[in-house]
Design a protein around this ligand. Structure first.
Ligand code: C2E
Ligand code: MG
Ligand code: MG
Ligand code: MG
Length: 286
């Protein structure tokens, strides 16, 4: 119990909040050594073509195997890494690992008409870092894969109100053949007219849309909203990916609405790269 006010000004009013603060601080200071010691690892979640069920690639999702706290998800440490700037070397590490993984998949499944591709998330801080384009070029070259193997995911909110300086590196990457996806689309203040200004080729519909497809048939207004987004996207020559697909009913409704690719627990949870090897050989259309 907290002592009554007196000489001690450091009494704990909320021990739990304090523990959280210590953890936050502890995690933040532990980040650089964690990167050096190799405590981060990547899970891959397949991206599946809604039309034929084939695996088209995967999204790279970083995790931290913390020696005391076990496996931590990105929501626990990415904001801290962004705050301290460690996100730049960490993001570079994720990109390098992921691109090498894409190379391994291509060696295994062939470099043909529809080779497997890798999606990698980019933080806003990485966007403003001057090394982004050159680092990406170097990483692709070192791995020996063409830029079309890579899709960089940037959240819609990171590009809201983006000026030309911010868009320039993304434009250069897009010109090289790297795909740019607008992640969590529909959650920000989407200025739809702004879309044509952005060098993006994929819209990733936020999970909240997928969730509203839980019922069959889904709410008619939600159906019309998704239908509208899909038709706008296709009209602008953008592909539509849906995230968070957990049931066959969701997959089917989103397929009928014209979405192109899907990602979610219905197909596979994020996992080690070998799981994709198995999935790529499995027909998920049932
Ligand atoms: P995101 O890019 O929108 O990634 C999708 C998130 O949804 C992932 O959470 C994934 O595990 C989760 N998910 C996938 N399928 C389902 C499903 O069917 N149902 C539900 N409920 N969730 C599903 P995760 O792995 O915790 O990642 C959270 C966020 O952390 C990502 O959201 C992304 O913004 C960020 N992140 C992950 N890896 C990186 C990275 O390497 N760099 C940066 N900058 N951010 C990353
Ligand atoms: Mg993403
Ligand atoms: Mg997303
Ligand atoms: Mg999301």
């Amino acid at each position: 119990r907290a002592k009554s006010a007196g000489g001690n000004r450091y009494e704990l009013a909320d021990p739990e909040a304090d523990a959280r603060a210590i953890t936050r601080h502890g995690l933040t200071t532990a980040l650089p050594a964690a990167l050096e010691r190799g405590e981060f690892f990547i899970e891959y979640q397949p991206l599946v073509h809604l039309g034929d069920g084939s695996v088209r690639g995967a999204e790279a999702l970083v995790r931290w195997l913390h020696p005391q706290h076990g496996v931590l998800g990105p929501d626990r440490f990415i904001p801290l890494a962004e705050h301290t700037g460690l996100i730049v070397p960490l993001g570079r590490w994720v990109l390098e690992q992921s691109v090498r993984q894409a190379r391994a998949w291509r060696e295994r499944y062939g470099d043909g008409a529809d080779p497997l591709r890798i999606n990698v998330n980019l933080s806003p801080c990485q966007l403003t870092h001057p090394g982004l384009v050159q680092d990406t070029v170097d990483i692709l070259e070192r791995a020996g894969v063409t830029p079309d193997a890579l899709c960089l995911e940037v959240t819609e909110s990171a590009l809201i109100g983006a000026d030309d300086d911010l868009l320039k590196p993304l434009r250069r990457l897009a010109e090289m053949g790297v795909d740019i996806a607008l992640d969590d689309f529909g959650t920000g203040y989407s200025n739809l007219a702004n879309l044509r200004r952005l060098p993006v080729s994929v819209l990733k519909l936020d999970r909240s849309f997928t969730q509203s497809m839980q019922q069959f048939p889904a709410d008619p207004v939600d159906l019309r909203i998704v239908e509208g987004i899909v038709s706008l996207a296709h009209g602008l020559d953008l592909a539509v990916t849906v995230e968070g697909v957990e049931t066959g009913a969701q997959a089917e409704q989103l397929r009928v609405l014209g979405c192109d690719t899907a990602q979610g627990w219905y197909y596979a949870r994020p996992g080690p790269p070998d799981r994709l090897h198995e999935l790529a050989l499995v027909d998920t259309t049932g």
